[in-house]
Design a protein around this ligand. Structure first.
Ligand SMILES: [Zn+2]
Ligand SMILES: [Zn+2]
Length: 340
């Protein structure tokens, strides 16, 4: 049995270093943590953690609180972050996943590098690429122009793309993004503009969106509805705070729902009805640490190790064992975020 904390901000913890949080959480049965960006800086940190800790994955985005000046520049930076540039790049290359997710598309070069599942250092990569060059030359002997093109692409482009794809894989989502009409720290028009840009980036890179919705259910659905027909669009409403009715609308649109320790609070009656009705196959669990410590730890700083309290509450409401909740929600998250 293991848990996945699908939404945490370990860069914001005060009582624990990121390293301590990761180790302590692992001891509590948390196999993976998705560290979610709420600013450009936080997004960069997410990527750094993802690179540093094998069980941490990154989401990059700018929280609706911080989108007052969100524009082209921010979109460009997020795009680079999705591709894995954080400014502090760890060049220790490993390829834990077989798929390069189609990032290598130029002129058929993709097949050289796609589907390889092996550990490569920079030397290994060189010989691997030269094997590939020979294959291409063999195949395209009659096409000198192609040959030149491929050769220069290999030099300039393929290696860069390969390196980029290595980084890109640990960025598993875009967000958090959406609306926060509870605190209203940015104008609504800016929240909407940023939300749309995040969704479009996620679709472009075929990764899911982590939606933040506080007191803005109607507006959230209005934006989401414009994208549900797009093939690559998938999203989760994190820290779900609505009622059954809103939960059902989200499910109808194909969205996933993620619950925090809020469901353990004494005043969580409406949300608990949603917990009851949402099929466990459409759920994730999260802490949103360092915020929203579960009732049993109220007043303390939250951290991913407390995600088990969320699983326990769901198990209680749905009459399942904690193991079942852990197994199903972990599988859901692994599939949704393409982890594993
Ligand atoms: Zn949030
Ligand atoms: Zn959050």
């Amino acid at each position: 049995m293991y848990f996945i904390d699908t939404h945490a901000h370990i860069d914001m913890l005060k009582g624990l270093t990121p390293q301590e949080a990761v180790v302590k959480s692992e001891n509590e049965g948390v196999k993976y943590i998705i560290n979610v960006g709420s600013s450009l800086d936080g997004s960069k940190k997410s990527i750094e953690f993802a690179r540093k800790f094998s069980n941490v994955f990154a989401s990059v985005g700018v929280h609706p609180h911080n989108v007052r000046s969100f524009g082209k520049k921010e979109i460009k930076i997020l795009q680079l972050l999705i591709q894995g540039y954080s400014g502090t790049v760890n060049e220790n290359l490993t390829t834990p996943h077989a798929s390069m997710r189609g990032i290598l598309h130029p002129h058929g070069l993709g097949f050289l590098l796609r589907g390889r599942d092996q550990r490569l250092n920079s030397t290994g990569l060189t010989s691997h690429l030269s094997d590939g060059i020979q294959k291409v030359y063999h195949k395209q002997r009659q096409m000198p122009r192609e040959k030149r093109l491929i050769s220069s692409l290999l030099k300039q482009e393929a290696l860069r793309r390969y390196l980029v794809s290595e980084r890109y894989k640990k960025v598993v989502a875009v967000g958090e993004t959406g609306f926060d009409f509870y605190r209203n720290l940015s104008p609504r028009i800016d929240m909407e503009r940023a939300f749309v840009s995040h969704i479009e980036l996620a679709i472009k890179y075929d990764i899911p969106v982590i939606i933040h919705d506080r007191d803005a259910h109607k507006q959230t659905l209005e934006v989401v509805k414009k994208y549900i027909d797009q093939k690559n669009f998938r999203a989760v409403v994190h820290c779900f705070s609505g009622d059954v009715n809103f939960a059902m609308q989200c499910l109808d649109l194909g969205l996933y729902i993620s619950f925090t320790g809020v469901i353990t609070f004494p005043n969580a009656r409406d949300i608990l009805k949603a917990v009851e009705k949402v099929p466990v196959e459409r759920l994730f669990i999260e802490t949103d640490a360092p915020f929203l410590a579960p009732q049993a730890k109220r007043g303390k700083e939250n951290y991913p190790g407390y995600v088990r309290y969320v699983a326990e509450k769901i198990a209680e409401i749905k009459n399942l064992s904690v193991e079942e909740v852990a197994d199903i929600t972990s599988k859901n998250a692994e599939r949704f975020f393409s982890i594993n």
